[in-house]
Design a protein around this ligand. Sequence first.
Ligand code: UD1
Length: 417
Amino acid sequence: MQKLLIKGGKKLSGSISISGSKNATLPILASTIFSKRITLSNVPMVKDIFTMAQLLEFIGLKIFLNKKNNSLKIFNKKRNLNTLAPYKLVKTMRAGILVLGPLLAKYRSAKISLPGGCAIGTRPVDLHLFALKKLGAKFKIKNGYIFATAKSGLKGNKINFPKISVGATENAVLAGFWAKGRTVLTNCAIEPEIIDLINFLKKLGGKIKVVKRKIVIDGVNTVKNISYRIMFDRIELGTYMIAGALAGNKLILNKVDPKIIKTEIKFLKKMGVKLLIKKDKVVLTKSKNLRSISLKTNPYPGFPTDLQAQMMVLMTKAKGVSKIQETIFENRFMHVPELRRMGAIIKINKNIAEIHGPTRLSGAEIMATDLRASVCLVLAGISAENRTIINRIYHLDRGYSNLEKKLRKCKATIRRI
Ligand code: UD1
């Protein structure tokens, strides 16, 4: 099994080009079920994208991946696709559930494996099914699969989500895109990745409007052949911003739109992190005397749960008691025992973590548990004294493109063994 070996204490300097967004690419790929010929650029070359591509190939699309220029060409020539998403392809990547909306809308039936449990919480799909039912779908759950049908096709309706969900909003937008008539979604998630999906669908021919947390979709039944550039990965950017705050001399993060990460910038500035915001880049310089803060994870434009673990590492360096309240997932503090092994002082009470600082972290052998927890351990290793060995790093490859290469270019000592 592969491990990461990090020699901590090195100062980071140089520039990193932020990759395209994994979480924007996944629903956009699911939507190619409606299309004929699509070219996507700025696609991050990470495992989750390869898994989604495999799933689409299983369904019957042809996908050509160009790893050198980060692009994907997708051809959908078959009149009838296979409407099955098998367990082996959905179990490692929950986003497999996103093909449910498009398959149901276009082919009126689908059999999708239930994604199953996940390390960070139970992660049910009831909200996805709730929305699709409102559009006329019927479901049976048997042998771990969702059997979905919409005999006379999906029809537009009003859907008010009882809880904000990124994936359920995406599935409803995808279904509404091809449903007959008007679909009005309220209490939606409005993450930038959802806006990217909507921009893609509009270019494809979709008629979609977003007003605050309301999305209005007028269904279509024809599409154009298009090329589309995926937005930057705001979580990757946030991760490297925190790396810069922890260990940066001068770290330049390119190919981004800082307007999208106002909340992250606000909290980092509050802690005393020195950053310069340019039109399409963020520059981190050496930060000293960091201050403790309290934050709560929330749906966008709130502070992202996907950056909570990384932020916790930075809080170990801040003077005083910082607090993080995790409101999205019920079990997202699994990095805490590992950080404690490196010397962090963190107390947990239900969904609130109290981080006491400043502490010196010291290298240790640790275990990665999920994608964002894994990268938080990398950040801890970079800022710790001595050597850190991280086990079970396959999670990192699901979502971070060229992580070691990007960090090594900025003078970190990190290698895979
Ligand atoms: C997406 C992101 C993930 C991010 C999360 C929250 C992708 C591929 N993944 O995940 O990185 O951490 O948003 O920003 O884009 N829930 C239900 N029923 C449902 C669906 C969700 O109760 O049917 C709950 C979940 O358990 C969780 C909360 O709603 O507590 C939010 O989950 P959701 O926004 O749906 O996350 P994902 O779309 O799975």
